[in-house]
Design a protein around this ligand. Structure first.
Ligand SMILES: Nc1nc2c(ncn2[C@@H]2O[C@H](COP(=O)(O)OP(=O)(O)O)[C@@H](O)[C@H]2O)c(=O)[nH]1
Ligand SMILES: [Mg+2]
Length: 321
């Protein structure tokens, strides 16, 4: 994801310090003192402009990122808020570009070019300091974005269920490589994202600690929206149940969560009873991530949803590529 590569967004002070230092070193190269002042004025404006433009360019265009990220951005800050911050940075960059050459010209013509140099420093500092809050805000955004789970548009199984039923164990078991642990801003728990190669294709598995692991009356508004971002990502939701109740939650509550999820999401829901080595629950698909019993059947059932989706796509004339 492009978010991982967004560099730290500097504060106003850091931008100014660096630009002043760079311009000062250019100034030293000039033998003529008046020309040196002019050179400083031009160089400092250019350096501030370039740095600000780089900040804007390092943020991906939100319209082009997968919907999952757009929704998260919208829930956390609002897309408009981020556009406003980037707009403020753009304003300051344009200021430096528009006024830099003029100030440089003034420095050349002035009787005392040092006066123009000081004026340039003061005005640039004032402009950049005005956007300091926006720069700090963008850096906060950047810090959340880069830790988000790395999700793709592959066939996605979202794994739900009460804590300790075996969601993470399942994802670790079925993933071809060690799953990534990402952070989801709506929960303090690390979320797992695993992939499995099936023939030429891949499936993606995501768990939902702190989001889809308890009844909805305990969810606040933000968690409900977070849930919607997760659900939109899912092709299938696997609801895991621990009939042995070793997880610490009564089976009855777990079944209630299953029905609630079934009633809430527009995608197929597959209920799977885990820990079949401890207890078996008739009428459901049973498996054990401990012994591996039943896991292949669960994967096959999930794949069946995928091929169903494929044929629906084909009947709609979508190529699947
Ligand atoms: N006996 C048994 N224990 C399991 C099985 N799957 C997971 N566990 C155990 O259940 C506990 C919780 O598993 P975990 O995957 O962390 O659950 P999560 O909170 O839903 O992600 C761990 O101690 C696992 O070792 C299983 O099939 N059988
Ligand atoms: Mg877990």
């Amino acid at each position: 994801m492009e978010f991982e590569t967004i560099p730290t967004v500097p504060t106003a002070e850091e931008i100014l310090d660096r630009a002043f230092r760079r311009a000062a070193s250019k100034m030293k190269l000039k033998k003529n003192k008046d020309r040196a002042n002019e050179e400083f004025v031009r160089a400092v404006s250019q350096a501030v402009h370039d740095r600000l433009v780089r900040i804007i360019q390092s943020f991906p265009e939100l319209e082009t990122v997968p919907v999952f990220y757009q929704e998260i951005v919208d829930i956390l800050w609002g897309t408009e808020r981020i556009k406003k911050a980037l707009g403020a940075v753009g304003w300051a960059a344009r200021w430096a570009r528009t006024h830099g050459p003029g100030l440089g010209y003034q420095a050349r013509k002035a009787e005392d070019p040092a006066v123009i140099r000081r004026r340039t420093v003061a005005r640039l500092a004032s402009v950049v300091n005005q956007i300091d809050d926006e720069l700090r805000f963008l850096n906060d955004v950047r810090n959340v974005l880069r830790k988000l789970p790395h999700v793709t548009n592959e066939f996605t199984v979202v794994v739900a269920g009460y804590p300790n039923v075996g969601k993470s164990s399942f994802i670790r078991l079925v993933s071809s490589a060690t799953p990534e642990v990402a952070s989801y801003p709506f929960t303090t728990k690390g979320i797992l994202v695993g992939h499995r190669t099936v023939g030429r294709d891949r499936m993606q598995f995501i768990d939902t600690p702190g989001v889809l692991d308890r009844p909805s009356e305990e969810r606040n508004a933000i968690e409900r929206q977070a849930l919607s971002a997760m659900v939109n990502l899912a092709n299938v939701i696997l609801v895991m149940i621990d009939a042995s109740e070793h997880c610490g939650y009564p089976l009855e509550d777990q079944i209630r969560l299953l029905h609630e999820i079934e009633g809430m999401v527009p995608v197929p829901v597959l209920a799977v009873v885990n820990k079949s080595d401890l207890s078996f629950f008739d009428g459901y698909v049973n498996m054990s991530t401990e012994t591996g019993e039943g896991v292949d059947e669960v994967l096959e059932t999930l794949l069946a949803f995928r091929s169903r989706e494929r044929s629906e796509d084909e009947s709609k004339g979508v190529s699947g590529e």
